[in-house]
Design a binder for this molecule. Structure first.
Ligand SMILES: [Ca+2]
Ligand SMILES: [Ca+2]
Length: 147
């Protein structure tokens, strides 16, 4: 019983998420997509932005291997990793475009959010792969999650 209770203590797990690869097979812009990702916790009015990381610019067929560290914290709650397209340089186009999102629970389990499909693991079995189709785009995102 004691051991079981210990396992349920919040904040026990450090979750490390690395963005391994992003592949573009459909853009939301006519020119380059400027992709970034945001890490948030909470929802609705409690939504808090914890990190914002630039990923890169994409044309169709674009394929970026980044191995960028996105998150490396002891999670007290789940976080959401949202892939966005920036319109900072296109003020006439309104707000940034949503591409897709992945929810990472406190113990490191991943599940797809809006406009996102869980494709399981990449061919090498090491990276979790998600397909994202928000705002008419089509991206494949590979994450390495260590918990
Ligand atoms: Ca846009
Ligand atoms: Ca843009």
């Amino acid at each position: 019983m004691k051991e079981c209770a210990g396992k349920l203590t919040p904040g026990r797990y450090t979750v490390k998420v690395t963005l391994h690869r992003v592949h573009c097979s459909g853009k939301t812009e006519s020119d380059e997509d400027e992709i970034y990702c945001v890490v948030t916790a909470g929802g609705g009015a409690d939504r808090r932005e914890l990190a914002r990381i630039a990923v890169g610019n994409f044309e169709i067929g674009g394929d970026i291997h980044t191995d960028k560290l996105i998150w490396n914290e002891t999670n007290l709650e789940g976080v959401t990793i949202t892939i966005m397209e920036s319109d900072a340089n296109e003020p006439a186009h309104g707000s940034d475009d949503f591409i897709g999102e992945i929810q990472v629970s406190a113990d490191g389990n991943c599940r797809p959010g809006h406009d996102t499909l869980d494709e399981g693991y990449a061919e090498n079995k090491r990276y979790r792969q998600f397909s994202m189709t928000g705002s008419g785009a089509n991206y494949v995102v590979q994450l390495e999650v260590q918990a």
